[in-house]
Design a protein. Sequence first.
Length: 311
Amino acid sequence: MASSKVQIVEMGLRDGLQNEKVILSADQRAELALRLSRAGMNRIEIGAFVRPDKIPQMAGTAEVIQKVQQLVQQKNISAKTEFSVLVPNEKGMQSALAAGVREIAIFASATESFSQKNINCSIKESFQRFMPVLPLAKKNKIKVRAYLSVCFGCPYEGAVPEKRVVELVKRFHKLGVYEISIGDTIGVATPGQIKSLIQKLKRVVPARKIAGHFHDTRGMALVNILAAYQLGIRIFDTSIGGLGGCPYAPGASGNVATEDVLYMFEGMGVKTGINLDQLIETHKWLSGVMGKTLPSRVGNVGRLQARGPVT
């Protein structure tokens, strides 16, 4: 029987913040990492080594990492919490090495149009860009995760052939990445699509290496996660408060909210190791920092509060 425990990869500090108008300081981002870790979040993508003129929200990632490392040394953050960063190329990898991170993420797109809009190169060129990253990661014993964007639909090309997604996932797998995150970047997928693609992916990659990354643009993220879970997927990317969206995907709203996903799994008896009440408190704090109401439903209304006997 498949494990009923799932891993949550918190994306709020990177994918969550990269499309927000409010730019958090390094201190605020480190504080968010601290709060997430204390809530039991043991996998957090903390930032990205990308061009600050393109994505200013990620400027200062090295400083955030330094502050978080200090918190770990002071034992304010558990040493068990794993922090990763997104790197687009060898230059980003060199920055990651200098910062002392132990996990990185690389990325590609499932369509040529999105690849050009997102990183100004073809799919083939995107793989060429991170090819020098892999030997550096191996040499320095750094784990490598991969993201594949627009696996279910592209804002420029529409429907995406499953065969193409499967081939790109196989390519990532052959490169030796330990995990591949399948992205519904514009939140267009339905449970039927999830089941169809994952069944095909499981023929070429072990289910334990597949993660689900679902945006909630059309309100389908939770049912898509449930569909993936029922097919044996046990790793899901989420974002505190439902923050996020892609600056190069018109109309794409945020990632699925961490609080909402935890609420669903908790109700199913599925273990996450994360304290939902503490996460709701973090949601309230972050809402104040961002100066707006965040999309998470559970983060805003909380749990059901007992109000006396029901007759």
